[in-house]
Design a protein around this ligand. Structure first.
Ligand code: CMC
Length: 390
């Protein structure tokens, strides 16, 4: 392998030092800034978790109030952004719109593009955390032909997102606290996950010195893939394809024959249970109960599939357990959020993780442009052949 280490998929390469998130894949544990994810999911809320990820400590009461106030104040987007939306086809995938609109924020907020200026970096951070729910809801509204809904500053971050998704000029959406808590928990569980593909993408894009909006747009583009953020969407599509419990054995045979994968199962790092999945399963039960959906055929099918896979030697031998996306897809679907919005929700929640890593990278004295090497396997040197001699 010459002078380079050959590591396709970076399964054994650490690309940076980080103080943000720690994963113990063998033990199935996840910590944000040292705090176990179970405690944060139970006792914290999304904005407090954002503060923790960004600044390294839980906020005092005053810090929390200031942070919430700042984020809340920035939730509206530039009115001209609505015109930007109108350029998209109505049937555009919301992730296609998210990638474009978040990248375009650099064109709207030119006073926060200088990465060498700490004030610019902080303003960009506030803007993205505040405005991404507004943009996400606008993607949904645009795709359904519904009018955009302005944010409400009297609601919590998550309740406000649900308001922007579901209110209409004729009827205000009344947030149900159980459902708001469930969505908030999804946000917490997806807020960071160390050097996953999209976070690595944000760091790599950011390492060139590009502006933060462009770097986060790159992360969103990466997250879109079905092996990463698109997995919860793929879970629901898979449930639709299977259709009913009778078809599960044939589907499972197809998995073993490698015709398709069981979406929402397996993880690159967790070779034990995904700790987020445990929390999400409990939330899933609570939401289905609250909405009286325990006997809904689609959700029953999901639970049946989960049990069969957990006891199947193919999955047991390969240490394939349900990951967070198996259950989050089900919860989002029960909340009335369309499948095409699932990855958008993931992007919304992960934005704070991406920004935290971006800040950490820029502050790192070892920071330099990412530039991996390759093992060249192409043709040796040869001379150009004129067209009439080829
Ligand atoms: N269904 C069936 N078989 C699987 C699955 C699956 N979901 N995942 C892995 N395997 C098998 C795979 O065929 C291989 O078997 P063998 O050793 O016989 O060749 C073995 O398990 C190892 O698979 P791998 O592809 O080498 O594992 P990986 O660590 O590269 O892949 C993964 C991780 C998440 C891409 C993969 O498990 C997968 O495709 N899962 C389905 C998609 C999914 O749910 N993704 C969400 C990940 S969690 C969200 C996030 O953090 O981004």
């Amino acid at each position: 392998t010459g002078a380079f280490t050959f590591d396709p998929g970076f399964t054994s390469t650490a690309s940076c030092e980080s103080k943000i998130t720690f994963i113990d894949g063998d033990e199935g544990q996840l910590y944000y800034r040292g705090y176990p994810i179970e405690q944060l999911a139970e006792d914290s809320d999304y904005l407090e978790t954002c503060y923790l990820l960004l600044y390294g400590e839980l906020p005092t009461k005053q810090q929390s109030e200031e942070f919430v106030n700042t984020i809340t104040k920035h939730t509206m987007v530039h009115e001209q952004l609505t015109w930007f939306f109108r350029g998209f086809r109505r049937d555009a995938h919301p992730m296609a719109m998210m990638t474009g609109v978040v990248g375009a924020l650099a064109a709207f907020y030119q006073d926060s593009l200088d990465i060498n200026n700490q004030d610019h970096r902080r303003v960009a951070e506030y803007r993205m955390i505040s405005k991404i729910p507004t943009i996400a809801a606008m993607c949904y509204r645009y795709s359904t032909g519904a009018p955009f809904v302005y944010p409400r500053n009297d609601l919590s971050y998550t309740a406000n997102f649900m308001h922007m998704m579901f209110s209409t000029p004729c009827e205000e959406y009344t947030p149900n606290p159980v459902l708001v808590k469930a969505l908030d928990r999804i946000f917490i569980l997806h807020a960071d996950h160390e050097q996953n593909a999209s976070t690595f993408t944000v760091r790599l894009a950011g390492s060139s010195g590009t502006n933060p909006f462009a770097a986060i747009a790159a992360g969103i583009a990466c997250l879109w893939g079905p092996a990463h953020g698109g997995a919860n969407e793929a879970v629901l599509k898979m449930l639709d394809e299977i259709g009913s419990v009778e078809n599960v054995p044939a589907f499972m045979q197809g998995v073993k024959d490698r015709t398709h994968r069981l979406m929402g199962f397996g993880h690159r790092v967790y070779k034990n249970m995904d700790p987020r999945a445990k929390i999400m399963k409990q939330t899933c039960d609570e939401v289905l109960k609250e909405l009286g959906l325990e006997n809904d055929p689609k959700f029953k099918l999901a639970m049946e599939l989960e049990q069969i896979a957990l006891n199947d030697p193919y999955f047991v031998e390969r240490k394939l357990y349900p990951n967070v996306d198996f259950y989050s897809g089900i919860v989002l679907s029960a909340l009335g959020i369309p499948v095409s919005m699932f990855t958008v929700i993931f992007a919304l929640a992960r934005t704070v993780g991406w920004i935290s890593h971006w800040h950490e990278m820029i502050a790192d004295p070892l920071y330099k442009i990412g530039r991996p090497r390759q093992l060249y396997t192409g043709s040796p040197r040869r001379d150009y052949i004129p067209e009439d001699k080829r």
